[in-house]
Design a protein around this ligand. Structure first.
Ligand code: DX5
Ligand code: ZN
Length: 206
């Protein structure tokens, strides 16, 4: 099980949090970009992500909760390992093609209330699907259990090599549901970053 650590809740102590992730056994650093439009919060402007990339020794897993396609292209230029944007903001292949042309792995995120049928046209062209198990916008929310059946349904029809990641409310209690659903990757924020010992918490989740 891969673990990607979200430092969203540590925004005011970002450098120290990124360093703690560096020193841990995390696989990725998850960066939650919010535009104040697709979601109410506004976090991680371009220059902050650029700085984070400089400090991080972990590959970046950038989650764009933004509407603007131009903005998505700007973040793509930072060349993270994974760039994930929302199915709710696209209606064709153009952004996926653009990001792939830069050699970046593409993820599509899907909100709890969005039907998986919207993902189907793209499943052969992307690397990862990020199932939101909370309404996007902030860390520390409660895991929505309905996502488990949704993932199970999706896995019946999705290519077997498509990475299934889950984001929101992942902790020692909900991780068994994520495993039961068949996730390959977990995004964990507050459960890890509320602790002084990131490594220990990540081990508990794997
Ligand atoms: C929510 C973000 C998540 C969030 C996860 O909008 O996409 O990545 O930071 O935080 P926790 O694990 O605290 O729910
Ligand atoms: Zn996220």
């Amino acid at each position: 099980m891969k673990v990607s650590v979200s430092v969203l809740k540590e925004y005011d102590r970002l450098i120290s949090a990124v360093k703690k992730v560096n020193e841990s056994n995390a696989d990725f650093l998850h960066v939650d970009v919010m535009d104040g439009e697709f979601v109410n919060n506004k976090k991680f402007p371009l220059e902050v992500v650029r700085d984070v990339k400089q400090i991080s020794t972990k590959p970046l897993d950038v989650h764009l909760m933004v509407k603007s396609h131009e903005l998505i292209k700007e973040y793509a230029k930072l060349e993270p390992q994974y760039l994930t944007f929302h199915i709710e903001v696209i209606d064709d292949y153009s952004l996926i093609d653009y990001v792939k042309s830069l050699g970046i792995k593409v993820g599509l995120a899907i909100n709890p209330e969005t039907d998986i049928k919207h993902l189907m046209p793209y499943v052969d062209d992307i690397d990862l699907v990020l199932f939101m198990s909370v309404t996007p916008g902030e860390g520390g929310q409660e895991f929505k259990e309905e996502v488990v059946d949704k993932i199970k349904e999706f896995k019946k029809v999705a290519p077997s090599d498509l990475i299934i990641s889950i984001d929101g409310g992942v902790n020692d209690k909900t991780v068994s549901l994520c495993k039961y659903a068949g996730c390959d990757m977990l995004v964990a924020g507050s459960y890890v970053t509320n602790s002084e010992n990131y490594e220990e918490k990540i081990k508990e989740l794997r």
